[in-house]
Ligand binder design. Structure first.
Ligand SMILES: [Zn+2]
Ligand SMILES: [Zn+2]
Length: 416
């Protein structure tokens, strides 16, 4: 009987440990990009890089820019197309500096889109990355050829701006006309266009696209639009500045370092960001080539990712397992995080890289806000109406907040 008792006790203890473990790990997976801390800080500090003509408006709204810095992450819960805007697994497309990866969205789509003729169950590939070759000015697809410039024009005008939301279907006659291509062989079929490019992430393309949304907001003198877009572009710039947002090994899952993503972008800034980091980055400067600028952020991030992984590996071996984690309270939730000792060692091994990338992101954001304002013709921001959110707008903001609390993440997160 006694033996039974102790046996059951043991089993019970095991089950209890198991439940506890599940509880602990799920608490650990608190989904906070840049820990929220980073996004808030980067948006906030970028305000101080601005010239006086801009500073007035931005300073008046600095609390909004701080509080809403993490908003785009919350949209991942309501918009299935949001997640890919936060990263790019650029190493999926070759090796640094990725000369074959088109920097323009239309070029990327021209290269990677797949075009099929579909009739009932039959699906014939006409063009796509696996069959396309370009010789002189001619594009050769699957036993078809057409003018490359016409093909690109078709992608630019009919495909590239809608394809993220859905696959596209076209009537065969119109495609035949646009491409000056004899498709009579596929009479009765529908032309179906799909892409599998964006699933590897599109942050640099999205940044460039979104930049013009910000310019337009300035041009329209619409204070709410300016504020929202200035806020969101800050988020995407911050994400692009994170080395682990630019690799398919985004959470160390390919090198046995799961958890490294949050370790880098949450734990280090949270522990050291207020007391040991310096955010003075000087004045915002005009950016001549905005597209190249966004790509240089991503490439710089990617060039640092090996150092991030190597540093963590080294530090992880030097600290005993039982000294690696501790519990802290974060937003009222007790959370298991890397210990102070482990965190400081990781930060030291990387030579202050996290601080450097936060500073770079702040400066880049200031530059982009400033450049967008200049490109919009330097509108007078002092005359803008003071922002009063309507009841409905406030409700929408609350809904977004709740979506994160109650909803399911759509698309990929960085540590799934
Ligand atoms: Zn992240
Ligand atoms: Zn994000």
């Amino acid at each position: 009987m006694e033996r039974f008792k102790s046996y059951f006790l043991k089993v019970f203890a095991k089950i209890l440990t198991f439940i506890l473990l599940i509880f602990i790990t799920s608490a650990f997976i608190v989904k906070t990009e840049w820990g929220f801390y980073g996004h808030k800080k980067i948006n906030r500090m970028a305000v101080f890089t601005l010239p006086p003509e801009m500073m007035y408006f931005f300073k008046e709204n600095i609390e909004f820019l701080t509080d809403h810095g993490p908003d785009p992450d919350k949209r991942k819960y309501v918009d299935p197309h949001e997640a890919v805007k936060h990263y790019i697994d650029i190493d999926y497309w070759g090796t640094y500096p990725f000369p074959d990866l088109p920097r323009k969205w239309t070029d990327a789509m021209t290269k990677y889109v797949e075009i099929y003729a579909v009739e009932g169950e039959e699906k014939a590939l006409l063009f796509g990355p696996k069959v396309n070759t370009v010789q002189n000015a001619t594009l050769f697809g699957n036993n078809l050829l057409c003018s490359f410039s016409q093909y690109r024009k078709f992608i630019k005008n009919k495909v590239s701006s809608h394809i993220l939301e859905q696959d596209l279907d076209f009537e065969i006659d119109s495609v035949s006309k646009w491409l000056d291509l004899d498709l009579s062989l596929f009479k009765g079929a529908v032309i179906h266009v799909e892409e599998h490019f964006s699933q590897e992430g599109i942050v640099p393309y999205h940044l460039y696209h979104y930049y013009f949304a910000l310019v337009h907001a300035f041009e329209e003198n619409d204070p709410k639009k300016i504020l929202r877009r200035a806020n969101d572009i800050g988020h995407y710039i911050a994400d692009a500045s994170v080395p682990l947002h630019t690799t398919k090994n985004y959470n160390g899952q390919l090198t046995g370092q799961i958890g490294i993503h949050a370790f880098w972008e949450n734990r280090i800034p949270e522990l050291l960001g207020d007391t040991e980091f310096d955010y003075f980055v000087g004045k915002a400067e005009y950016v001549e080539n905005v597209r190249d600028f966004f790509w240089s952020i991503v490439l710089k991030s990617h060039s640092l990712k090996d150092k991030v992984l190597a540093a963590e590996k080294k530090v992880s071996l030097s600290i005993p397992d039982n000294e690696k984690y501790e519990f802290i309270e974060r937003n009222g939730v007790v959370t298991r995080v890397q210990s102070e000792k482990y965190t400081r060692a990781f930060n030291k091994e990387m030579n202050g890289m996290v601080e450097m990338r936060m500073r770079d992101a702040i400066k880049a954001l200031g530059n982009i806000w400033y450049t967008a304002w200049i490109d919009a013709g330097q509108p007078n921001l002092k005359d803008l109406d003071k922002i009063e959110w309507t009841k409905q707008e406030k409700e929408e903001m609350k809904k977004l907040k709740d979506a994160e609390k109650n909803g399911h993440l759509m698309g990929r997160d960085h540590w799934d």
